[in-house]
Design a protein around this ligand. Structure first.
Ligand SMILES: Nc1ncnc2c1ncn2[C@@H]1O[C@H](COP(=O)(O)OP(=O)(O)OP(=O)(O)O)[C@@H](O)[C@H]1O
Ligand SMILES: [Mg+2]
Length: 601
């Protein structure tokens, strides 16, 4: 049963607020009791109104019990007292209902916040491989909408329990008034419910299609945003519009299909219920008109019972329609089936001798060719190592492994002789600063972007880092200087400016190990020279790993590693490699010409 599956899925969430949830159910039950009693009091009310022409209530029936309750009160006051009793019950029920509404929304607020926060926690913790392999639209959708739906599912379920209790209370009242009539009505209601259930099953299938369509739309939107430049540059606006419209239309169509069916449930069951009420009146009053008070109250309760029974069906359908979202969120939060980078427990206080790759191999996917094959290399403390090689050679991969974004599939990386996976991850990354190949800047001020490298950096530290990265002058020229907001993905900056901010962010960290992944790529020669000078100063007490195609950087390196197809094919200093006259010499020749032209220009 899908309902049970859904209940099982939300169980861990219910356990978070056991008292609130018990309170919700108890309040809900009290509401039903109060309302049931309130309606039933209309029997003595009608009896005290006028007794002529009414048959006495049957011995032992609810009508009789309730009427006798008020017999002690003198006849002239009776009507007033009963009216007041009814009013008080209505008031009490309204208070209960408001209180319970608040409780519902409190639990909902707590749960949906908890889920969103847990999803983000998961996204920040889980191995990068998982994120790369899962469509971002799916993750986005889970965070942005499915967490809400999942929290809602809990409310829906509690609502169902209350619904059920209410049905029980009202049914008991009906049985007490006339059990025979109740049985007939129950059978008819059961048939209505069975009919609704048939429709529910179809809706559930549609909900799944709906969810897929939503995910596809989220994916389109994400790509639309991130690919805005590419789309325009290739003049693919119409193509994108068509793709978007198609996906968007599908969401609409699938939603409409679902609405066509789910919108039918209410009118159909309402009509059937109305027919039932008219039937009951006809049969009972045709038989004996003196039953009027009991019949009226029976019908009133039945009338209130109907939305509850209908709510029972609707609630189940709703719960089931939320199951895909609940499954998605819960499985996203599950830890068993996902890769994690485990932190070791040895704190890292700084390099003593160096970092060593010992026969390290790695492939991103089992079926892929290895991105790194049997790499053994020693990176000594305080030295500068340059990584060179054609595109796709595995340079960034080596750095990914060093940062422990991924684990080597074979061999290992050692830090001062300790396997890297035994080192505390946080303290390791705290000592590293990287300027990535794709610079990422946050949509905030320049100052905050630089201070991201050291959250408590002082103004002096920030400015000094900016100077070292040759960013100070251009930052001052910005409209609000260091307070300029750079825009989403740094749209207000050029690539070279973004890189200099990223460099400043790395500098402010005063890292033990500095990693530059083609950091000088987008810089002009003047900036590059300034940075080279800074780097030379920086190099003195730092271990630097730099991926650079620029000769000036390579020439400064103590050690050059030439990578090709994931393997180290040459190593040594500049002189060694030129004498070798192999891959490096070829790359060097290619590079030398444009670099030379640039310098003389
Ligand atoms: N996240 C990833 N998932 C799967 N494969 C990847 C991933 N990143 C890189 N690769 C593959 O690993 C190989 C090495 O890539 P890497 O990014 O290390 O190259 P690179 O030397 O940095 O190249 P470039 O100079 O172009 O930046 C490539 O074949 C690439 O397709
Ligand atoms: Mg790279």
């Amino acid at each position: 049963m899908k309902e049970l599956q859904a209940i099982r899925a939300i169980q861990p969430l219910m356990k978070r607020h056991p008292w609130a949830i018990t309170g919700m159910v108890v309040l809900g039950l009290l509401e039903a009791l109060t309302e049931g009693l309130g309606i039933s009091l209309f029997i003595p009310f009608l009896y005290s109104l006028d007794q002529t022409g009414l048959a006495p209530a049957a011995e032992g029936s609810l009508a009789q019990v309730l009427t006798s309750l008020f017999e002690l009160i003198p006849a002239p006051d009776r009507l007033l007292i009963i009216s007041l009793a009814i009013l008080s019950l209505v008031l009490f029920k309204s208070v209960l209902s408001y209180g319970n509404g608040l409780l519902f929304s409190w639990v909902d607020t707590k749960l949906s916040h908890h889920l969103r926060s847990r999803v983000v926690d998961q996204l920040l913790r889980v191995g990068l491989r998982f994120i790369e392999r899962t469509k971002s639209g799916k993750l986005w959708n889970a965070l942005e909408s499915e967490t809400w739906t999942t929290a809602d599912a809990v409310s829906t379920f509690i609502g169902l329990i209350i619904n059920f209790a209410t049905v029980l209370v009202f049914t008991t009242a009906l049985l007490l008034i006339s059990w025979k009539l109740t049985v007939v009505v129950a059978v008819v209601l059961f048939v209505i419910s069975a009919l609704v259930q048939l429709m529910t099953r179809r809706i559930e299938e549609m909900a799944r299609a709906n969810q897929q369509a939503d995910q596809a739309l989220s994916q389109r939107v994400l790509e639309l945003f991130s690919g805005m430049r590419t789309i325009r540059a290739f003049n693919r606006q119409r193509h994108e519009q068509r793709r978007y419209d198609k996906t968007s239309w599908r969401v609409g169509r699938v939603g409409f299909q679902q609405e066509k069916l789910s919108g039918l449930i209410e009118p159909v069951s309402e009509f059937l219920a109305a027919a039932l009420l008219v039937g009951v009146m006809f049969v009972m009053l045709n038989d004996n008109a003196g039953n009027l008070p009991a019949v009226l109250v029976f019908i009133a309760i039945l009338y209130r019972l109907h939305p509850e029974v209908y709510g029972l069906d609707e609630g189940r359908a709703e719960l089931v329609s939320k199951l895909p979202a609940v499954d998605q969120v819960m499985s996203l939060l599950g830890r068993a089936d996902k890769p994690y980078v485990r932190s070791g427990d040895r704190p890292f206080d700084g390099l003593e001798t160096g970092i060593e790759f010992a026969g390290a191999s790695f492939s991103y996917d089992a079926e892929d060719l290895p991105a790194m094959r049997d790499v053994s290399v020693h990176i000594a403390k305080g030295e500068t190592t340059a990584l060179v090689g054609p595109s796709g050679a595995g340079k960034s991969t080596l750095i990914n492994l060093l940062l422990r974004f991924y684990e080597p599939t074979e061999g290992e990386i050692r830090v001062d002789g300790t396997p890297l996976h035994e080192v505390d991850l946080g303290s390791w990354r705290d000592k590293i600063a990287i300027v990535d190949q794709d610079v990422f800047v946050f949509d905030t001020t320049v100052r905050a972007n630089i201070a991201y490298g050291k959250l408590d950096a002082t103004e002096t530290e920030i400015v000094s880092a900016a100077r070292q990265a040759d960013a100070h002058d251009f930052i001052n020229a910005l409209p609000q200087g260091y307070d300029t907001v750079v825009g989403a993905q740094g749209v207000r900056l050029s690539s070279g400016q973004k890189q200099r901010i990223a460099l400043a962010r790395a500098m402010v960290r005063e890292p033990e190990i500095l990693i530059l992944d083609e950091a000088t790529n987008a810089l002009d020669s003047i900036s590059e020279n300034v940075i080279q000078t800074s780097l030379q100063k920086l190099r003195r007490d730092r271990t630097v790993i730099v991926i650079a195609h620029r000769l000036s950087t390579i020439e400064q390196a103590d050690q050059i590693l030439v990578l090709d197809k994931g393997a180290i094919v040459e190593r040594g200093d500049l002189g060694d490699l030129l004498r070798n006259n192999a891959l490096f010499a070829r790359l060097y020749d290619l590079q030398k010409r444009p670099a030379y032209l640039e310098e003389s220009a």
